[in-house]
Design a protein around this ligand. Structure first.
Ligand code: Q46
Ligand code: ZN
Ligand code: ZN
Length: 305
């Protein structure tokens, strides 16, 4: 298999782009694709201070690496969830983030917030003790992560939060929302969410990157990452949809990309419209100051009541 650019040995075949690339040209392509996506969707500019959510996994470390290589002011943010589940998941994932900084970007700044140490209960504990958790860690985890990211962004003067969601992640969510015709979600799913009421802008610079491309990128860059996914993600619906989509992709290369991009095009040009849920009035939570639609306390502060 030959590189489409230089004729050297190709290391990856991206059938959806009809492109086979050698290591050097793939790294170039990957970085340029990320930059094009950032510009196309107006995610952020070099003057912005960007907070990158890193989990120790391949996608988020690849994203932080590319943003730093592109010269963005990107600082990392790791949230210690206190998830052990016999594989020491949280400890290992923090180790990978620290290792990444040491080996690849020793000047980069990594912010670490440990949920258990900071607030008194880890995610698995919260899932057991709170009404909202009801034994489902993900129900509290999403809320806690969002809250901490927003407050670190606000206190640190960050204008954007970047996450490593890739095209496979986005398409799996799109498929779930489509199968249930969740118009509120379909109206909002986007590569970038504008800032609102003091909440930083949220951007996903990898929405054009397939998961296997992010895996190839970290391998070629020599970035070590945690291979295990969060133990609570095992058997999730999202993973099931990802498998289905990979089967479709195998028979018809480009299916995932087309599904996602055509959806964005059709919606954003007004060809199809989804009813947006009325944006409810936001007011600051009396305890933490973050915008909320709930009563005096936001959902995060209510967790600890
Ligand atoms: S929500 Fe659930 Fe994830 Fe939190 S508990 Fe693990 S799987 S990490 S994206
Ligand atoms: Zn080449
Ligand atoms: Zn609050």
């Amino acid at each position: 298999m030959k590189c489409s650019k230089c004729g050297g040995t190709a290391v990856i075949n991206m059938r959806q782009h009809r492109l086979r690339l050698c290591g050097r040209h793939f790294l170039e392509w990957f970085t340029a694709m990320t930059q094009r996506t950032i510009e196309k969707y107006k995610m952020f500019i070099p003057e912005d201070k960007v907070l990158v959510a890193v989990s120790g996994g391949k996608d988020s470390l690849a994203l932080w690496d590319v943003l730093l290589q592109l010269g963005y002011q990107a600082e990392g943010m790791y949230i210690g969830l206190g998830i052990d589940e016999e594989i020491g998941y949280s400890n290992k994932s923090l180790e990978m983030c620290n290792k990444f900084v040491e080996e690849h970007h020793p000047d980069a700044l990594l912010h670490v917030v440990d949920v258990g140490a900071e607030y008194g209960q880890s995610i698995p504990q919260l899932a057991r003790t709170t009404q909202r958790g009801r034994g489902r860690p993900c129900a509290v985890c999403g809320l806690v992560k969002r809250h901490i990211m927003n407050s670190v962004a606000r206190d640190g003067g960050f204008t954007a939060i970047a996450t490593g969601h890739n095209l496979d992640d986005e398409v799996a969510v799109l498929m779930q929302n489509t199968l249930r015709w969740q118009s509120g979600y379909l109206a909002r799913q986007a590569p970038v969410l504008e800032e609102r009421d003091g909440l930083a802008r949220k951007a996903k610079p990898f929405v054009r990157i397939y998961e296997r491309e992010a895996a190839a990128f970290v391998l070629l860059r020599g970035i070590d990452y945690i291979y295990d996914e969060c133990p609570f993600a095992r058997g999730s619906t999202t993973n099931y949809y990802k498998e289905l989509l990979n089967q479709l992709e195998l028979n018809s290369p480009g299916t995932k990309q087309q599904f996602y991009l055509q959806f964005l095009r059709a919606r954003d040009s007004g060809q199809v419209t989804f009813a947006r849920p009325r944006e409810s009035e936001l007011h600051p939570c009396v305890r933490c100051g973050q915008p909320t639609t709930a009563g005096e306390l936001c959902a995060f502060c209510r967790l600890w009541e």
